[in-house]
Write a protein that binds this ligand. Sequence first.
Ligand SMILES: Cc1cc2nc3c(=O)[nH]c(=O)nc-3n(C[C@H](O)[C@H](O)[C@H](O)COP(=O)(O)OP(=O)(O)OC[C@H]3O[C@@H](n4cnc5c(N)ncnc54)[C@H](O)[C@@H]3O)c2cc1C
Length: 465
Amino acid sequence: MTQTLKTKVLIIGAGTGGYVAGIRCGQLGLDTVLVDGGDGLGGTCLNVGCIPSKAIIHAAGKFETVAKAAGGGTLGITAVAAAIDLSQTVAWKDGIVRKLNAGVAALLKKAKVKVIKGWAEFADAKTCVVKTDEGDIRITAEHVILATGSEPVELPFLPFGGDVISSTEALSLSEVPKKLAVVGGGYIGLELGIAYRKLGAEVAIVEMADRILPLYDKALTDPVAKWLEKHGVELHLGARAGGFGDGKLSITTKDGELLQLDADKVLVTVGRRPRTQGWGLENMGVAMAGPFVKIDQRCATSMKNVWAVGDLTGEPMLAHKGSAQGEVVAEIIAGHDRIFDPVTIAAVCFTEPEIVSAGLGPNEVAGRDDVIQSVFPFAAIGRALAIEAGEDGGFVRVIANKGDHRILGIQAVGQHVSELSNSFAQMLEMGAVLEDVAGTIHVHPTLGEAFHEASLRALGHAIHI
Ligand SMILES: Cc1cc2nc3c(=O)[nH]c(=O)nc-3n(C[C@H](O)[C@H](O)[C@H](O)COP(=O)(O)OP(=O)(O)OC[C@H]3O[C@@H](n4cnc5c(N)ncnc54)[C@H](O)[C@@H]3O)c2cc1C
């Protein structure tokens, strides 16, 4: 027999968009039901995205350090030999994921959110049926928050299965492939490709554009390209992948040459698409914006009291965007006057070295003579040299209005620069001018001093260059 349930707020999807919306709804005293059919609370980010990928990247970095020490020594440190049992690394990573799954469950419980495990299918905008192990539950709600996220794009000639894998399988391999071919040179492919190179795999990257990470400006991606070259990663730019069989991936190079790349595994990372199929979205009467659900500045869809957050709503498909939208929607439902209108959503590539971009980049201000651009290299920062982060061509760049010195954009490339991303976003969000950064005493010795110096340099009086 089908159970029925009525609630004020129904959230579909417990990723970073949905579960944060759930916690905030609970905090605001809204009667809330959260439905997710996946294996663990936290969605893509927590289970097969941000967190597990950063864990594997961290382990790969540790292995690389030991391997360096074994291969002739570094910093006066030598080791006898480096070895890795990837299944143990994956078990350690799974432990982190489980701990975070439990943490999200505890937070939802504390906020008095009712969590239902099962797949939801909508018959109309406010009613869905959830298939659970205990039977079907029909839920009607005053407000529905759609947070169904995204899934990896599959290439028809390279369907997932066997040795053709998506990022999900790449995060749970039992051994390091001898030869890994990565199709797609965006951030997910590069983060994982670099990690596997550090773990000892021979890696080839096949990218259709004429450079890696085409969404970032070339100066930011050059240090990553240099790392790939120095570490023997085979890069095929302007190339198209074809089929895979008998351990060989066919590609057509930029010059039209047909090549067969040896590969034990082919990792396809050609993008992600919003999860809009198979759960009755078409019965809800919401308007679409291309492949995404169309929303306004309140994250409202075209159907009254149906809201959408996260990857389902468009680029940038980043965890922190979905969470921020989730908080806004919960507060609007509770009667607060809110809109989702960030000055910036900073983006980070956890490559080697890392890249951060917040606000306007040089391509967006190209041709404007009313802006100042200033760069400060990590090679001139003591802390960077002291942690071996000064010699890979990294820098911080600040872009500001020439007239009032308001900061328009901040980018960085270098080791550990992900940790500077929030300081960049805060300055942009608070409408800082160059003098605000220049007048903030930055702690010595830290990598953040490069941001201070880049701002001083834009004002014409950098100290350490
Ligand atoms: C390898 C990788 C690395 C990444 N690294 C980063 C990073 O470093 N930083 C960053 O910001 N972002 C990163 N991302 C992107 C990030 O994971 C996503 O932007 C984020 O998870 C999107 O959150 P979401 O809430 O929109 O959806 P998701 O996290 O995709 O969650 C959607 C949830 O909805 C559930 N669901 C869907 N349909 C239904 C239904 N009909 N019924 C019930 N449940 C349903 C699913 O089970 C899922 O749990 C990465 C992604 C990948 C794949």
